[in-house]
Design a protein around this ligand. Structure first.
Ligand code: ZN
Length: 400
């Protein structure tokens, strides 16, 4: 393996200007989600690169009047079972337009998406090239998917690919480059998010007794939820997570809220959100039932309310000692000299779509979670290159 490691490292260094160049190109395409801007431009760019490099691929379109969705699926090599590379090209909105002008400074590349996860995407694409240069296609098989919409739940990205039967059935393991800050995420928290709208009856403040205050009713429901939250917060995961305080199950009440039209009118409408985050030890069904019981209790008392589901995603876990996990661990050690820790991702993560189908899935990427989505998002070039080598080496090891 020593010879291969040296060869891979050398190829990655040769590709270094192209890797940072590709990342700069990607940052400059403002794939902002929501609403899903510049997806076509980005998909066209990625297809162009894949075509230039000679990798078999296909564009999948989900039509939409304003913002069509584009995913790219493809493969390199041949075989019965594949290692799957998966990544998203959408980014969260920027703090300024300047974030779409990539800047190389002190060994880091700054820009929206550099860390989450266009840097990781560039690393995965160049890992494919490095593998091809090493003659990998003759004995190993990599499938890949590049998707939009991850930042808003993935329904027209990854979920669509699975539901349309477009993801290979012979995937033996999946890797994705989320910004894991040096750790490997082999598990993720689930999410269940609702908007609750309460109806009342408007009245002039002078005739307050003739109205029905929706805000007051909302407060009563919120109070019941805060009671439930005490119980929810006592539940802790046994999996390691960073920061350690994130081990508790969570329920954010009132992330968004509002009511009424004016200070002197009894509000006829009030709304608030509940964002429930589940540890892998909890089930989505149980969490849903728990919340619905609270809403039903108030409906029975005559409260007119409407519950809208905003987001739903399952928690998931992959074996930290699977063949792919071990191949990844060894490769991280070989390239960085560090021993990676396996942690629970504190948020939703698309490894869940694969883990649910019994495909062991792991996130490991060059980015840093703390700077992702922030005004000073960056990725270190050294980490970018190391990750490129790690992905290539992991694939070599995985196919033995
Ligand atoms: Zn991401």
């Amino acid at each position: 393996m020593c010879q291969e490691i040296t060869k891979i490292k050398k190829r990655v260094e040769d590709y270094s200007p192209q890797i940072t160049g590709t990342l700069s190109d990607l940052i400059a395409i403002p794939t902002v989600n929501p609403p899903g801007k510049a997806y076509q431009e980005c998909a066209k760019y990625l297809c162009g690169r894949l075509k230039d490099w000679g990798f078999e691929h296909r564009l999948v379109t989900v039509p939409d009047d304003k913002y069509p969705r584009y995913s790219i699926i493809g493969a390199h090599g041949d075989g019965k079972g594949s290692l799957h590379f998966h990544g998203h090209y959408d980014v969260v909105p920027a703090d300024s337009d300047g974030q779409f002008k990539p800047v190389l400074k002190d060994g880091s590349l700054y820009g929206r998406g550099s860390s989450d996860m266009k840097g990781g995407l560039a690393a995965m694409l160049f890992a494919l090239l490095v593998l091809r240069d090493c003659g990998f296609g003759k004995y190993g098989y990599i499938t890949f998917s590049l998707v939009p919409d991850e930042e808003t739940g993935g329904s027209r990205g990854t979920r669509h690919l699975f539901e349309a039967g477009l993801v290979s059935r012979n995937i033996k393991g999946m890797l994705m480059p989320e910004p894991t800050s040096g750790a490997v995420w082999n598990a993720n928290k689930g999410a269940l998010t609702y908007r609750i709208t309460i109806k009342g009856k408007p009245a002039h403040v002078a005739l307050e007794h003739t109205g029905d205050n929706a805000f007051e009713r909302m407060m009563r429901i919120a109070r019941s939820l805060f009671e439930l939250r005490k119980d929810v917060q006592r539940r802790k995961t046994s999996l390691p997570v960073e920061p350690p305080q994130a081990n508790r199950s969570a329920m954010l009440i009132g992330g968004e809220s509002g009511s009424g039209v004016n200070f002197n009118v009894v509000p006829d409408k009030a709304f608030f959100t509940v964002d429930r985050r589940l540890n892998p030890e909890e089930s989505l069904d149980d969490a849903r039932t728990e919340l619905m019981e609270v809403f039903n209790e108030h409906t029975k008392k005559g409260v007119d309310l409407d519950v809208e589901l905003l987001q739903e995603g399952e928690s998931s876990t992959a074996d930290p000692a699977s063949p792919l996990a071990l191949a990844l661990t060894h490769s991280v050690r070989n390239i960085t000299g560090e021993e990676p820790v396996f942690e629970l991702c504190p948020g939703l993560c698309e490894i869940r779509f694969f883990n649910k189908r019994h495909i062991p899935a792991y996130a490991y990427g060059p980015g840093i979670l703390e700077v992702s989505h922030g005004p000073e998002e960056f990725v270190r070039v050294r980490d970018l290159l190391d990750c490129t080598a790690i992905y290539a080496l992991t694939a070599l090891r995985f196919f033995g």
